[in-house]
Design a protein. Sequence first.
Length: 274
Amino acid sequence: MGRLSKTALCLSLLLPAASGLAARLAIVIDDIGYRADDQKIYNLPKEISVAIIPSAPNATARAKQAKQQGRDILIHQPMQPKAKMRLEKEGLVLGMSAAQVSANIEYARQKVPYAIGLNNHMGSAATADRTLMQHLMQQLQKHKLFFLDSRTIGSSVASKVARENGVVALDRHIFLDDSDAYADVQRQFNLSVQYARKHGTAIVIGHPRKNTIRVLQQGIANLPKDIQLVGMGSLWRNEKVIPPKPFILLFNDLPASTSVAPFVKYPLLRGVPE
C-alpha cells in the first residue's frame, strides 16, 4: 500500500463483505389485519414488508402503523382459487368486467392507504386467467403499483401480463410456512438465505404465525454478513446493495521528534534527543 500524502496515511481495514455485493433477502408477511400477533411482526425490523387484506377489521390501522414505521405496504388482494373456498367481498373472480375490477381495486386502495404494490391472496384460478389479469394490470399501471406474484400456481400468467402493461412484476421464490412446524419453518428460512446467495435475491412470503415469528426473530438477529435484509420497495426501485464501507484509520505522518537528528540511538528505541 503506497503513501497517500505527506500529511496523512490511510490504512484501510477491509471488511469481508466489502469484496462484493451482498445478497438481498426480502420478506413479505401476508394476511395482516386480522390477528393480534400482527403486532409482533411490527416489532421486527422495518425492512419486513406487510401485505394487508383490505376487508380485514384492522386493515387501515395496520397500514397507518406501517407508514409511521417507514415499512413497505402491499395490498394483499383476494383472488379466486381453484378450490371452493370463501373469498372476501373485494375478491377478484373470473368473468369480472374491467369496471368491476376497477371498483374492487379502488376499495382496496382506500382500505389500505400508502400501499406501493399488490400481491395475490390465494388466486390459483385468477392468476392463470389472462383476461382478469389484463383488467388488474391496467389498474396497477394507472395507480403506479407493482405486482408481486405469490405463485400459488405454476401456470400463472400474472407477471407476464403485468410486464406487457408496463407494471413492474416480481415473483415469490420461497414460502416460509407451508408447514407450521418450527423445524420446517427454520429449514425454509435457511433455504431462503442459500437461495439469496446463489441468485443474488430471494423474495420470501410468510404469515403472522407463532413459529414463523420465532424463526424470523432469531434468523434476522443472526443474519450472515453477506445477506442484506431489504424492503420490497427496494426491489421495486431496483436499488443496488451497497457493501459496508471499509474502516479507515487516518494517521498523521509528520516525523516524530525522536526520528529527527541530532539524536542518540539506544537499543529498542528510535532515538533520544541530545
